[in-house]
Ligand binder design. Structure first.
Ligand SMILES: C[S@@+](CC[C@H](N)C(=O)[O-])C[C@H]1O[C@@H](n2cnc3c(N)ncnc32)[C@H](O)[C@@H]1O
Length: 181
């Protein structure tokens, strides 16, 4: 899969196109790995591709509710990261959140062996996952320990919003079951 960073970093060769993406590697021990492709999809009126000019998608249907499925390209600007954090290569939290919600079974443990500023831990914590973080640099271990205490409250807001949206969807589905049109 691809993380499309939207813009390439400033550093790099002036003689070549600068790379604006990174690979995301997804491995599984089972043939049917956990995957919730709709976990982060936007609410949509459509799930079909009726007017797609590239193929015959007969049988797909127009839906009035539901969520769009995500693709294997994840677009999050690298610049969306707080510039005041003293680490040179921090992931956008929303990229981590999307990956965790989509690919981590509830109750699993999130491991980041190159954890830097600890962003993966902050997001995992806010999504109610246990996590393990490592870094070779003591200053980054200190940094992530500090952030896990001081910034936790900002990260929790997102998880709360997700729960509220899901509860609202459940209420609406229940209404539809009770009062079908
Ligand atoms: C790209 S940064 C990770 C940033 C992190 N994902 C975040 O969003 O905060 C990579 C980190 O890997 C650490 N690192 C490099 N080699 C390592 C090694 N052999 N063992 C553990 N950590 C290492 C670096 O110190 C650096 O902080």
């Amino acid at each position: 899969m691809i993380w499309n960073k939207s813009a390439a970093p400033h550093a790099g060769s002036n003689n070549r196109p600068r790379r604006a993406y990174e690979y995301i590697l997804w491995y599984s021990k089972t043939k049917k790995p956990f995957e919730d492709r709709k976990a982060c999809g936007n609410l949509t009126d459509r799930s079909g591709m009726e007017d797609n000019p590239h193929g015959n998608f007969a049988g797909t249907s127009l839906r009035k509710d539901g969520r769009a499925e995500i693709t294997d390209v994840f677009t999050f600007a690298a610049s969306a990261v707080d510039q005041n954090i003293p680490h040179p290569a921090i992931f956008p939290p929303e990229l981590i959140r999307q990956l965790i919600r989509t690919f981590a079974p509830p109750g699993s443990v999130i491991l980041d062996m190159f954890a830097g500023a600890g962003t993966v831990g902050l997001v995992a914590q806010s999504e109610d996952y246990d996590f393990i973080l490592c870094d070779i640099e003591q200053e980054y271990v200190d940094l992530m320990n500090r952030r896990l205490v001081t910034e936790a409250k900002y990260f929790r807001g997102e998880a709360k919003r997700k729960r509220e949206i899901e509860e609202q969807e459940q209420r609406e589905a229940e209404q539809k079951r009770k009062f079908p049109v």
